[in-house]
Design a protein around this ligand. Sequence first.
Ligand SMILES: NC(=O)c1ccc[n+]([C@@H]2O[C@H](COP(=O)([O-])OP(=O)(O)OC[C@H]3O[C@@H](n4cnc5c(N)ncnc54)[C@H](OP(=O)(O)O)[C@@H]3O)[C@@H](O)[C@H]2O)c1
Length: 250
Amino acid sequence: MINYGCGRLNVVISGGTSGIGLATAEKFLRDGANVYILGRSVLRGAMAVQKLQAFTDNKVFYVPCDVISSEECKKALANINGAIDILVNAAGVYQEQRLENMTEADYANIFDTNVKGTMLLTQAALPYMYGGGCIVNIASDAGISGNYGCPVYCASKGAVVALSKALALDYAPNIRVNCVCPADVDTPLLRKQLEDSNGGYTMDDMADAYPLGRIGKAEEIAHVICSVASPYNSFMTGAVIPVDGGLTAK
Ligand SMILES: NC(=O)c1ccc[n+]([C@@H]2O[C@H](COP(=O)([O-])OP(=O)(O)OC[C@H]3O[C@@H](n4cnc5c(N)ncnc54)[C@H](OP(=O)(O)O)[C@@H]3O)[C@@H](O)[C@H]2O)c1
């Protein structure tokens, strides 16, 4: 077990029921934190809690929440017992779509979840961060450099990068805000992306693009998120941290 120094803290993770958010919940729980995982699907929430309870003595709580609704964000956070010390905004959607095929509904789905959702949950959390706190937003390599076939997703993650830097300025010195930018990571989101490509490309094809010769694992991103959020990392704010096997170093 790594001691991130987050032991008794209250941690809220949007998208904590799957993939990177779920792996992050596990690491915080192993470190002794109280963890609230948010997502829309009650079934996914129950399955995540069942998996996570193996690592904790009832310190994990599922709270249903659609982050695109300010009312749901406020209601979800009212369930939390005491202050929020750490907020991880990991809820997100990916859609591969060239611009000529993009509809306004596709745009709304991507931007509402990735940008508005990050903004609304953060807004709802601020009143609970009265003792100071830490926010980690999950963007993407696609928010740092361009990527093929997903211009609106890239734009949404670029917005999350910019939002993170601006919030870091507005809420210093009490609240640190940082942005973690993973590249391809083996999660349900990526498996769906591969399915949607109808055999157009495989995980091995993806791996070829990486200096490290493979895509990432959810726990490798989770480790960085927990490290960034750790009180030991007290001098880091406004940072944009690629975790991408060297992809954006090229
Ligand atoms: N996997 C990758 O290759 C990769 C690469 C770069 C960046 N990212 C980013 O990393 C984050 C996590 O991705 P992941 O791969 O772990 O995805 P994932 O396995 O599909 O998990 C996404 C999570 O977000 C939740 N979510 C989606 N829409 C939501 C909404 N409107 N309200 C509340 N929760 C919502 C989902 O739960 P419900 O559906 O039940 O709501 C689920 O818990 C995302 O922001 C993604 O863009 C992923």
